[in-house]
Every structure is written in C-alpha cells, then in structure tokens.
Design a protein around this ligand. Structure first.
Ligand SMILES: [Zn+2]
Length: 133
C-alpha cells in the first residue's frame, strides 16, 4: 500500500501522525518563549539587585554600577575613602567625593566613624551641583 499524505487539522499535508512543519514551528516558538523568559528573569534579577543597593544606581553604565558597588562594599568594611581617591569637598567638609571611573563621582556623607553613600553623579551633574556656580 502506497504511503498517503494526510491532511492535518492545521491545513498542512504530510506523512505521519502529526504535522512536521507545525511541530518544528512549535519547537522554535518554545525556544523563543524560553529565551524571552530568561531575558525577563535577568531583567528582574537586575532590578532586584538595584533594589538591594544602598543608593540608586539605576540608569548608570554597567562599569559604574560595578565600581560603585565595590566602593560601597569597601566603605561598609570601614576602608578609607582615600584608598579610592576620595576627597572632602572644599565647601562642605562633611561631604566626600569619590571618583567612580573617569566620568562619575560618588558623594558620601561623613558621619564621623563611617561614610554613608549618598548618590552617584556624572561629572557634568556634579559640576552643576557645586554651590557658587
Ligand atoms: Zn501544520
């Protein structure tokens, strides 16, 4: 008996019990869904990691986020801000400015025995922030 093509419910014709074309498409779609889910999970993890930060680091370049976190962690271990090139602001001795990469500064408040990270500013924002300008 010659093999006969079956008309599947999807409208395709083919051999076997299930439509080969649609099965392949389904697998491809599954793969897409999986990739999308992974992407979503990564996004959520990223969001969660920002929620754990002492200061808001959203919207900053990745290398700045990484570096800022390292500095925050080090400050938490009572490392000296001078180790990171930090300086006291001339006009406000209680504020410490620590460079984060070449274009960013982290402002911290000196609370006597420890520093509280305040925010990360780009060089441009930082200059705008300076009083008297
Ligand atoms: Zn089909």
């Amino acid at each position: 008996m010659a093999k006969r093509k079956t008309l599947f419910s999807c409208g395709h014709k083919g051999y076997g019990k299930a439509c080969h074309r649609c099965t392949q498409e389904f697998v491809a779609n599954q793969h897409c869904v999986q990739l999308l889910a992974e992407k979503q999970t990564k996004k959520q993890e990223r969001e969660a990691s920002f929620a754990r930060d002492a200061i808001d680091l959203r919207g900053l370049p990745d290398y700045v986020v990484t570096k800022a976190r390292a500095i925050i962690a080090a400050l938490g271990e009572n490392k000296n801000y001078r180790d990171f090139g930090g300086k006291r602001l001339r006009h406000n001795r209680l504020i410490i400015s620590i460079p984060v990469g070449r274009h960013y500064r982290m402002l911290c408040k000196d609370c006597g025995t420890f520093l509280i990270p305040h925010k990360v500013l780009s060089h441009e924002d930082y200059n705008v922030c300076k009083p008297g300008s």
